[in-house]
Write a protein that binds this ligand. Structure first.
Ligand code: GLU
Length: 294
């Protein structure tokens, strides 16, 4: 007789700032669902961006989670310890002919978008508001493009979206246990094409969030991804990458966001909602739970 494996949940903060009320909500939701379903709760440190990660923030993450009364399974995975895994995935996609190298800088991309808009052929924006950059950097002056390519200038690695989609024989779906921004729930189909040739790696950060999250979730056998609704549409990219790399697909649960009084999503730069700051002002873990309604 085979016994079903317990479900695995994870909370995956990046150590580039202090946890705020939104993180507390996400961590508590993950912990609570794991407990209710007899599952495991993991904490993962998303420290791929070593330029922004700080050991002090990482220490604070563990301290704040413990203060909230949460416990997690060890060992904790650090992305920075698994760089070869992300490079290997990029290499596989490259060998499948699905990676293009873009040598345009952010500033050149912004300028390219302005020129295209002025010419009456505006570029599309992705669901996060970023530019869907046209193929092959042809908006750069040919001389600049040639020189950069010849000298192997630092490049951004992008997924060739049209070629990746051509490999699908059916639309991708995923199971949403909660609901998306427009009430999407149950078996949801999203269109990865909305994201254009999405960035999967850069010369300074070996795997983008989109690439690393699918590798990490698979490596940790995560069965349930519980995270903020702001990442709902990004799940289309994650499903596509899982398909291309032959990785399993977890169930998704995109929860409501904790907003500030002006209705904006909290960010790490807003110190006043950081758990440290609130604790320093005398808040208790029960106060925090009350503030976020859980
Ligand atoms: N490190 C990511 C974040 O903090 C994790 C997102 C996810 O849960 O997929 O936004």
């Amino acid at each position: 007789m085979t016994t079903a494996k317990p479900p695995v949940f994870r909370f995956a903060p990046s150590p580039n700032g202090y946890l705020h009320l939104g993180h507390a909500y996400s961590a508590i939701m993950n912990h609570r669902l794991a407990e209710a379903r007899g599952g495991r709760f993991l904490v993962r440190i998303d420290d791929m961006d070593q330029g922004r990660a700080r050991p002090a923030y990482e220490d604070a993450i563990f301290e704040d989670l413990a203060w909230l009364g949460l416990d997690w399974a060890e060992p904790v995975r650090h992305q920075s310890a698994h760089i070869p895994d992300y490079l290997d995935a990029l290499d596989r996609l490259d060998r499948m002919g699905l990676i293009r190298r873009s040598v345009a800088t952010r500033r050149e991309i912004a300028a390219g978008a302005d020129v295209a808009a002025a010419a009456g052929t505006p570029w599309r924006r992705d669901p996060d508001g970023g530019w869907c950059v046209p193929e092959d950097d042809l908006f750069l002056p040919p001389e600049v493009l040639r020189k950069r390519r010849e000298t192997n200038a630092p490049a951004t690695l992008r997924l060739k979206m049209a070629d990746a989609l051509a490999r699908l024989d059916a639309p991708l779906t995923f199971r949403e246990e909660s609901d998306g921004p427009a009430g999407e729930t149950g078996d949801v189909a999203l269109d990865p094409a909305l994201w254009g040739d999405v960035v999967l790696g850069r010369s300074d950060v070996p795997g983008s969030y989109h690439l690393s999250v699918v590798i990490d979730d698979a490596a940790q056998a995560v069965t349930h991804v519980v995270r903020g609704r702001d990442l709902f549409y990004a799940t289309a990219i994650h499903r596509l990458l899982q398909h291309l790399l032959g990785l399993p697909t977890p169930v998704y649960h995109h929860h409501r966001l904790i907003l500030d009084e002006t209705g904006r999503k909290l960010s790490k730069s807003q110190g006043d909602t950081s758990l440290r700051e609130l604790r320093a002002k005398g808040a208790t873990p029960s106060d925090i739970r009350r503030m976020i309604g859980c």
